[in-house]
Design a protein around this ligand. Structure first.
Ligand SMILES: C[S@@+](CC[C@H](N)C(=O)[O-])C[C@H]1O[C@@H](n2cnc3c(N)ncnc32)[C@H](O)[C@@H]1O
Length: 330
């Protein structure tokens, strides 16, 4: 049985409206509890496209795969649920298509970044500063590096750099110093609440402590799961497997992710007009994509009132351009 409140998907109506436009292969690279996938399959069904469509759902977390498989059971014939990291999206899609004898031409892809509510709420996964659990944070439950490894083995200056780069935490240096001192006097920090208490004491319980807690936990999670590196790889891979006029939608939840998505899309959308002043009538090469959302879409106040997680969500959507002959090829 699918769990009642595994994860409330954000911006569902918007994602579905942008992606569900024709029959074909759709990829949910961050399947989670399957909320977006289910809505997408419903929409394809309403349009009469369900029979000719396949949804490939990817997640690196076994619990998510179990939950989604159960939620998507009614569409089992049109669904393939795959364990993997979305950094390998192109290869994973090709493998599924080969097994099913399909051309790997993808009509739509969704990446809904970060962790699910279920992952955050499961204390022993170690994602939450509000729940006591082992300092783990591995999304796939199996990588070599845990958050405890980072907190207990990184040099003070590397911890400071990490809190600054991946958490944008202004007190990164003094926090790293406090952690290094704590390790010397009290030994290893292995529980989320030990780390959270240390941060709270360091901030003297001031108003900003919640922000510091979330920044430090975010920084550790990004490092444990190499989140920014795999996102860059996933964007490239997603573009590779998209069909012409296929769409990619990405929902990000913090500025570091959104910056990567925004920069990648802007780069790929650019046409090359050659040196300034040449005055070409057509570009030397056309951009690979067009921006469907020029500015990121946010959730409505109504959605945010029902789902606080939607507050920080930003949705960007692009469409892959058909191959066009450039001036130099004519
Ligand atoms: C925000 S949740 C997605 C929720 C989903 N859209 C839904 O409707 O339930 C993000 C999911 O992506 C997964 N995930 C994050 N990074 C991943 C990666 N690099 N490869 C595969 N799955 C990833 C997480 O395990 C989590 O289940």
């Amino acid at each position: 049985m699918a769990q009642e409140r595994y994860h409330e998907p954000v911006l569902v109506t918007e994602v579905v409206a942008f992606l569900a436009r024709k029959p074909g292969i759709y990829v949910d690279g961050t399947l989670g509890g399957g909320g977006h996938s289910l809505a997408l399959l419903h929409a394809l069904g309403d349009l009469g496209y369900a029979e000719q469509s396949l949804l490939i759902g990817i997640d690196q977390d076994d619990a998510a795969l179990r939950e989604a498989a159960s939620k998507l059971q009614v569409y089992a014939a049109n669904t393939a649920v795959v364990k993997g990291n979305f950094q390998d999206i192109d290869a994973l899609v090709k493998r599924v298509c080969l097994e099913k004898g399909l051309e790997p031409c993808v009509a739509g892809i969704l990446l809904d970044l970060g962790v699910s509510s279920f992952q955050i709420d499961t204390a022993e996964r170690g994602f939450s500063y509000l729940r006591d659990g082992a300092l783990d944070m591995r999304m796939n439950g199996a990588g070599d590096l845990t958050a405890a490894d980072i907190v207990n083995t990184y040099e003070e200056r590397d911890l400071a750099r990490l809190f600054w780069r991946y958490g944008e935490e202004p007190r990164s240096r003094s926090l790293a110093k406090a952690i290094a001192a704590h390790r010397l006097t009290h030994g290893a920090i292995n529980r989320t609440q030990e780390l959270a208490d240390l941060i709270r004491n360091h901030a003297h319980g001031g108003e900003k402590v919640i922000k510091t807690l979330s920044r430090v936990f975010q920084a550790l999670r990004i490092e444990v799961n190499s989140e920014l590196d795999v996102l860059r790889l996933a964007l490239d891979g997603a573009l590779d497997c998209l069909d012409a006029q296929g769409r990619l939608a990405v929902i990000s939840y913090h500025s570091l992710e959104d910056r990567i998505v925004k920069t990648f899309f802007a780069e790929k959308a650019k046409s090359d007009w050659g040196p300034k002043g040449v005055g070409l009538r057509e570009p030397l090469t056309y951009g690979d994509i067009s921006l469907i959302t020029r500015k990121p879409l946010s959730a409505t106040p109504q959605e945010i009132a029902l789902n606080s997680r939607a507050r920080s969500a930003k949705l960007r959507v692009i469409e892959k351009m058909p191959l066009r002959e450039s001036v130099s090829e004519k």
